[in-house]
Structures are given as C-alpha cells and as structure tokens.
Ligand binder design. Structure first.
Ligand code: GSH
Length: 216
C-alpha cells in the first residue's frame, strides 16, 4: 500500500486527520503548510484548487474533507474499532455525529473566526459574534448525547469523537469557551489526554516550527 500524504496546517481541521492517523496506526507523510496556503504556499493550488486544508493524497485518491479523511484512515484497510460498521449498534449515530461535526458545529465557528477575528476591521464583527452565539446554541445536541456517556457512540472512542472533539478544541483556542458547557469541557479533556492526540499535536507543532525556522 502507498503511504498517504497529508497536506495540512498545524491546528487546522486537518488535526482531525493527523489524530485519526495516530489512533489508527496509519503511517502518513505529514506535510505542514503555512496558513493560509492559498497565499503563502500558492503551489498547493495545483494540488487542491480549493486551496483548503487538509488534503489527503493516497495513490489516485484525493480527499479534501477532514471528517471524511478521518473515517477513511480508520477504515482504509477494513473496519477497525475506531469506526462503526454497517449493522453494528450506533452505526447511524456514528454517521450522524461524524457529519454533524463539521457541517453543523465547525461551520458557525469559521464564520465567527472570519468576521470577528481575521476581518474584524471590515465592520462585520457583529455578524461574527452572532455566529458565535449560534455555535453555542448548537452544542445542545452533543451535550444531551453525552449525558451518561463517555463517548458519542457504541461506548467506545471513535472517529465521531475525533470530529466533534476537534470543534471543542478549536472553541478553546479561538475564544469561544465561555459558552461551552462544563460537561463538554470535561469530554474535551478526556479526548486531549489520549496519547494519540498528543502525538498528533506534537507532530503538527514540530512541522510548524520547522517551517517557521526555514522561513526566518
Ligand atoms: N469542510 C472542510 C473545510 C476545509 C477548510 O475550509 N479548511 C480551512 C482550514 S481549517 C482552510 O483551508 N482555510 C483556508 C482557505 O480557505 O483559504 C473540512 O472539513 O476539511
């Protein structure tokens, strides 16, 4: 089998993919790019015309969705306990939370980041803050799901936890933690204590620091 190449930026949504690779024990060739690559690594546009990270290239396959990449890495050589197979209990919930993570939870976070952080001087900060409120309201589904559960699905850690967990990790790093319920902060602490998460984070940071020292 080929070694998948993961193009990403440290701490971006690509962390879902780096983390899944560590949990699944899949050897990846991790290539950390400066953010945003569309301006700082324009050659990347030839590989991914969207200009977004992550991008996973595995032989002829190319994936540009972080949650799909996490699921793909967990199932590339067949189903592993990191994913939930059709026919297993909680298969439907597994699909739902894995998609929910980016489409419903990270989406308002990124609008908040754009308007209230990156482009706040353009006069749209209020719109960004409205999306922050929307993000907090949308946490209700995860909050209720985790009442009496350690993980989202099938009483075990899966890719659904990686995908949703990343949104909570992002919330802390972009100043959205005030509206995150304590139960979800405790869930996030359980996830980030995992050795595979810590290895993934450290790998990305090492790539970022190497990049910075090459640029300076
Ligand atoms: N739905 C995609 C979104 C990818 C995406 O928008 N990534 C952001 C980083 S977290 C990005 O590349 N932004 C830079 C840009 O659009 O130029 C995913 O989950 O991977």
């Amino acid at each position: 089998m080929t070694t998948p190449i993961l193009y990403t930026c440290a701490r971006s949504r690509g962390l879902r993919a780096t983390w899944a690779a560590e949990e699944a024990g899949v050897d990846i060739d991790l290539r950390i790019l400066p953010f945003p690559p569309r301006y700082l690594a324009p050659e990347f546009m030839a590989l991914n015309p969207l200009g977004t990270v992550p991008l996973l290239v595995d032989g002829d396959a190319q994936l540009t969705e972080s949650c799909a990449i996490a699921h793909y890495l967990a199932t590339r050589e067949g189903y592993t306990p990191l994913a939930i197979a059709p026919g297993e209990p909680d298969y439907a919930a597994y699909c739902d939370y894995t998609y929910h993570a980016d489409a419903t939870i990270t989406f308002p976070q990124t609008v908040y980041m754009r308007f209230a952080i990156f482009e706040k001087d353009k006069g749209w900060a209020e719109a960004g803050l409205a999306y922050a409120k929307w993000f907090h309201k949308r946490l209700i589904k995860i909050e209720q799901r985790l009442e009496g559960r350690e993980f989202l699905c099938a009483d075990r850690f899966t890719v659904a936890d990686i995908c949703v967990g990343y949104a909570l990790i992002l919330a802390e790093s972009v100043g959205l933690d005030d509206g995150v319920p304590e139960s979800l902060k405790a869930y996030r602490a359980r996830l980030t204590a995992r050795p595979a998460y810590q290895r993934a984070f450290a790998r990305e940071e090492a790539g970022r620091l190497a990049l910075e020292s090459n640029l300076s």
